[in-house]
Design a protein around this ligand. Structure first.
Ligand code: RP5
Length: 165
């Protein structure tokens, strides 16, 4: 693990990785160093505690945590660190991620988890939010974020509609 890692991307299973790669791609695009690991709340609880407890000391600035179903990973990690925890509800097979969303977003008062949309959009937005947090102390990163926004704006302004069929 590289020492200059700034963002931890963790997930309950490697089956979450196709979704969570959307976060990794954003961080790659912005040149933000990150690590990606499988850490399961109910299958590797000791690892989850160790990871969360060590995160601030290792220099991480935020943790993006994705999980599906009874998705307690983000909340439990948030209980063990004062770093910002960004929760991504992964789309589940049984309930299409509604279960994941409600599990993550309904944190009781006192331990916040910033919760994003179900699936890839949420994973990408969690990474953009992490970039935004880091841009508070990094003018070059803030410029990159502004350029990213401008590119999106230009793309939409250039959109043309095909003739009515
Ligand atoms: C959760 O259970 C994971 O976050 C994943 O979304 C879900 C299913 O895990 P697998 O059965 O695919 O390993 O812990």
């Amino acid at each position: 693990m590289s020492e200059d890692v700034k963002i931890g991307i963790i997930m309950g299973s490697n089956s979450d990785w196709p979704t969570m790669q959307a976060a990794a791609r954003i961080l790659d695009d912005f040149g933000v160093p990150y690590e990606a690991r499988v850490v399961s709340a109910h299958r590797t609880p000791d690892l989850m505690f160790e990871y969360a407890e060590a995160a601030r000391g290792r220099g991480l600035k935020a943790i993006i945590a994705g999980a599906g179903g009874a998705a307690h990973l983000p909340g439990m990690v948030a209980a063990k660190t004062t770093l910002p925890v960004l929760g991504v509800p992964v789309q589940s097979r049984a309930l299409s991620g509604q279960d994941s969303l409600l599990s993550i977003v309904q944190m009781p008062k006192g331990i916040p988890v910033a919760t994003f949309a179900i699936g890839e959009a949420g994973a990408a937005n969690a990474a953009l939010f992490a970039v935004s947090l880091m841009a508070n102390d990094d003018a070059a990163l803030a410029d990159k974020l502004a350029a990213f926004r401008q590119k999106q704006t230009d793309t939409v302004l250039a959109m043309a509609l095909s003739p009515v069929e």
